[in-house]
Ligand binder design. Structure first.
Ligand code: TRP
Length: 447
């Protein structure tokens, strides 16, 4: 039998998993969610969600992936063959392709904005109406769709090259650059005239702003940002070796991902307050408000190029991780080559990505349950399939599979102290599933 691929170094493992977590979720979604949900109060709840739900769910995925060295379907089968559990894997694969489709649309927008920043169009002097420009761009029949497809082509080339030469190599190259860009942009924002107002908004919580809907948004954001509930980290961890410390890695991913989200918040809000932008602008924050700020900021050309480069880099290391879920499934379960399975996933991504992209323009009137295809994919996957996937992982690992197996995975067969694993198991069994059920029911508006 062909030997299964593995990541080659500790740094490679960290770069790939943090690369999966750090993406549009941190730089595009987190600031607008925080902005619309009261700033610091939202961040406070977000951090609690990451600790009590995020880290335990990452550990569940790691236990299943590293413990079996299989794709999600194979992992469910290997751990509990004669049951309905394997259908949970279909849910994961379906959701991963849905997320890949709409994620590539937003990633395509960032490619377009990067090209506008590089060519100087964004920071050109003269009258600009960035809201109208964004509206016209997303509604145009071909431009955003072409960028979606170009993005998926980059994505394809990396994934098709495999774990070592594709995913690990690109993550090792891009993640350090991403770190440097983040720090440079943060320093620039902190030096802006009203930076302290931005910091106040981010770090001075007004607890009266915490409402059930703020809690829900924070939980949903934690799932999205940490790449949870889709078996993304399960699939990556199936390429870990048996010495990789699971709890330590889970904690590191969660910590680094949260730090990046907060740095993005600093970059955006210090600039926003200094140039009188509206923090509660929603999803268009990065695409309509920021270009205006770069346009009026000294050295705007440089900062705009850096910022959109950051977005493109962050999205590619995330999209490859979504693609790997179905690629691993197709190639291992149907015994086809990696190249062919990547082609299948890319083709599905391109077809549905193009449809999602067109749903802002010519397919605008085509709605399902009153939502455009883009919103529907976003809604079903982020609000329903991710938390449901997370719930299934915690119940499966906490209650169904062999307890000794869970212990052995968390402690690497007794080589790592048991204390942290005890806390994690408690969170997996009780706290995380209960909290997720509350989220699911509230999303479905049952409670
Ligand atoms: N976490 C990534 C981000 O913040 C997106 C992502 C990658 C993701 N893989 C995922 C989201 C799996 C949900 C599930 O942009």
């Amino acid at each position: 039998m062909k030997q299964r691929a593995q990541f080659t170094t500790k740094i490679g493992i960290l770069a790939a998993t943090v690369g999966s977590a750090v993406g549009l979720g941190n730089i595009w979604r987190f600031p607008y969610e925080a902005g619309s949900n009261g700033g610091a109060a939202f961040i406070f709840i977000y951090i609690i969600s990451v600790c009590v739900i995020g880290i335990p769910v990452i550990c569940c995925e790691f236990i299943m992936g590293r413990g079996t060295h299989k794709n999600v379907h194979g992992a469910f089968n290997a751990l509990h063959a004669s049951s309905l559990w394997k259908y949970a894997s279909y849910l994961n694969i379906l959701a991963s392709l849905m997320i890949l489709s709409f994620y590539s649309v937003v990633a395509g927008w960032t490619l377009n904005y990067l090209s506008e920043a590089v060519t100087g169009k964004m920071t050109m002097t003269g009258e600009h109406d960035f809201s109208a420009e964004f509206g016209n761009f997303v509604a145009s029949p071909w431009q955003p769709t072409v960028f979606t497809i170009i993005f998926l082509m980059f994505n394809h080339v990396i994934v098709a090259r495999g774990i070592k030469k594709g995913i690990e190599r690109i993550s090792n190259t891009v993640m350090p650059i991403l770190g440097v860009i983040l720090i440079v942009l943060m320093a620039n924002s902190l030096l802006l005239p009203k930076a302290t107002e931005g910091l106040r908004f981010l770090f001075y919580p007004d607890f009266t702003k915490i409402t059930p809907s703020v809690v829900l948004s924070a939980l949903g954001q934690a799932f999205f940002s940490l790449s949870l509930g889709l078996s993304c980290l399960l699939t990556y961890s199936s390429y870990f070796n048996d010495r990789t410390p699971l709890v330590k890695n889970a904690t590191m991913i969660a910590t680094l991902d949260t730090i990046v989200a907060i740095i993005s918040g600093i970059i955006i809000f210090c600039a926003l307050f200094s140039f009188d932008g509206e923090p509660a602008a929603g999803p268009k924050l990065v695409f309509e408000i920021l270009p205006g700020i770069f346009n009026s900021m000294p050295g705007g050309y440089f900062w705009a190029v850096l910022f959109f480069l950051l977005l493109v880099f962050a999205s590619i290391t995330s999209s490859i991780s979504m693609t790997e879920i179905s690629v691993a499934y197709f190639s291992e379960e149907y015994n086809i080559s990696r190249k062919t399975s990547t082609r299948i996933s890319t083709a599905i991504g391109m077809i549905f990505g193009a449809l999602c992209s067109l749903s802002f323009g010519i397919l605008n009137d085509f709605t399902i349950f009153g939502m455009s295809l883009f919103s529907l994919f976003d809604y079903i996957s982020s609000n329903i399939l991710l938390p449901l996937g997370g719930l299934i992982f915690t119940i499966f690992v906490g209650w169904i599979i062999n307890k000794r197996f869970v212990q052995e995975q968390l402690t690497n067969n007794g080589q790592i102290a048991r204390k942290s694993s005890k806390i994690i198991i408690f969170l997996i069994k009780y706290i995380a599933p209960i909290a997720i059920v509350v989220v699911c029911l509230s999303v479905l508006r049952v409670i």
